[in-house]
Write a protein that binds this ligand. Structure first.
Ligand SMILES: Nc1nc2c(c(=O)[nH]1)N[C@H]1C(S)=C(S)[C@@H](COP(=O)(O)O)O[C@H]1N2
Ligand SMILES: [Mo]
Length: 390
């Protein structure tokens, strides 16, 4: 572990020294991993990677450093739309209002007293993509109180159909309405249906990997919805409201949505959906060489539906089964690590790609198959990588 940290620090130092900033990707600074094991460099890192498309307060995970199930809290990717509020934990309260029998203001101590459940959950930003080398993804062990416990404590009234979650962060939004624009100050907010909110999994989390959340991760409290895209996991959570109407806020209904095209009887029609459950996706994260043996490592993100297979294809050849890592296989919502023993790798350039299939028969699509999707979010296409074998 200490070695790993040192190597990572070296890697970061190397990035800074090379003048590439925090999202650079120099092939020179490849970290060695275990005794006698080395990384095989990828040759397909796009030029625009690290161009500053991400602001200075966002963090991308260098997926080549994934060597175990959990992402450390200092490496965990981080994204938000506004600033990162600094919340005094002593003064903090979670206000629960709207269509509830017993409105409440709960302190951190109250919440901790209501439960300390744990769930390992991995998620990605729905904007994650090949351009980001898929680094807007991480996996953590979250501790907190089940949302259901808290909602039962306040008692959802029968009329309540939707539960809305508000962060302490906010900003101005321009809302268009029939040619007129209204400027409104809005907190970051997301919603879930009553049924989803009362499900067994959502967690009001106060710890990541056994330590308090950092400010980046939403200290002191965030919602974690296992199996859903990152956007669902409202950070700096300070308010919950139960209501009868659908919630149409920007981050639920407008900014985060996908426009799909589908062909029915020769006619193309379009439909828009919200960003909710993760679409099954595998990513090749690194290739290592030890002695003459090459191994392909990667992860799978999914909505908790059991996986049927993860496969790897080399240079367009037949799909070969990869093995799931036992340390992640048993946690429903964890990302699943996989490895593929690549026998007979020959010197030169090679293309590797993986695909995951779940037990419902949903197959990770190729980029071509995803072309009918008109918008960029939920990009779960297969992710080909090229490596050069010396
Ligand atoms: N309060 C608040 N929560 C938020 C956001 C935000 O802007 N404000 N961004 C969301 C998005 S888009 C993502 S992908 C995840 C990122 O969580 P992380 O920074 O812990 O990885 O937080 C979600 N929760
Ligand atoms: Mo996101």
């Amino acid at each position: 572990m200490a070695n790993q940290t040192t190597r990572r620090t070296l890697l970061k130092g190397g990035l800074a020294a090379a003048g590439l900033g925090m999202f650079g990707w120099p092939e020179l600074a490849l970290p060695a991993l275990a005794q006698g094991e080395e990384l095989v460099p990828f040759t397909d890192v796009p030029d625009e990677f690290g161009s500053g498309a991400l602001g200075p307060t966002w963090r991308v995970l260098d997926i080549r450093t994934i060597t175990g199930p959990l992402t450390s809290r200092d490496d965990f990717y981080t994204i938000q739309h506004f600033d990162k509020p600094e919340i005094d934990p002593g003064a903090f309260s979670l206000k629960i209002s709207g269509l509830v029998e017993r409105p409440a203001e709960l302190s951190l101590a109250d919440l901790r007293g209501m439960g300390s459940d744990e769930t390992v959950a991995g998620f990605e930003c729905s904007g994650n993509s090949p351009r980001m080398i898929q680094g807007l993804a991480s996996n953590g062990r979250w501790t907190g109180v089940r949302l259901r416990t808290v909602l039962e404590h306040v008692g959802l009234r029968d009329l309540a159909r939707e539960v809305v979650f508000f962060g302490a962060d906010h900003g101005e939004e321009m809302v268009d309405f029939r040619g007129q624009t209204h400027a409104v100050d809005q907190p970051f907010a997301r919603s879930m249906s009553r049924t989803d909110a009362l499900g067994p999994d959502p967690l009001l989390a106060y710890a990541l990997n056994g330590e308090p959340l950092t400010r980046d991760q939403g200290f002191p409290l965030r919602l974690v919805v296992p199996g859903w895209y990152g956007v669902s996991n409202v950070k700096w959570l300070t308010r919950i409201r139960a209501q009868q109407d659908r919630f149409l806020g920007k981050w639920q209904a407008r900014w985060y949505r996908t426009l799909w095209a589908e062909e029915i009887d020769g006619e193309v029609s379009y439909h828009e959906t919200e960003i909710t459950r993760l679409r099954v996706k595998s990513v090749i994260a690194r290739v290592t060489r030890a002695g003459g043996r090459h191994t392909v490592h990667g992860f799978v993100l999914h909505d908790g539906t059991p996986l049927q297979s993860v496969e790897v294809s080399v240079d367009g050849g037949a799909w070969q089964p990869a093995a799931l890592d036992a340390a992640t296989a048993s946690d429903t919502y964890s990302w699943k690590l996989f490895r593929y023993d690549w026998d007979g790798a020959t010197p030169g350039e090679h293309t590797l790609v993986s695909r995951a299939t779940d037990a419902e028969g949903r197959v990770q699509p190729t980029a071509e198959e995803l072309e009918y999707k008109q918008t960029g979010l939920e990009n779960h296409q297969q992710f080909p990588r090229t490596v050069s074998i010396a």
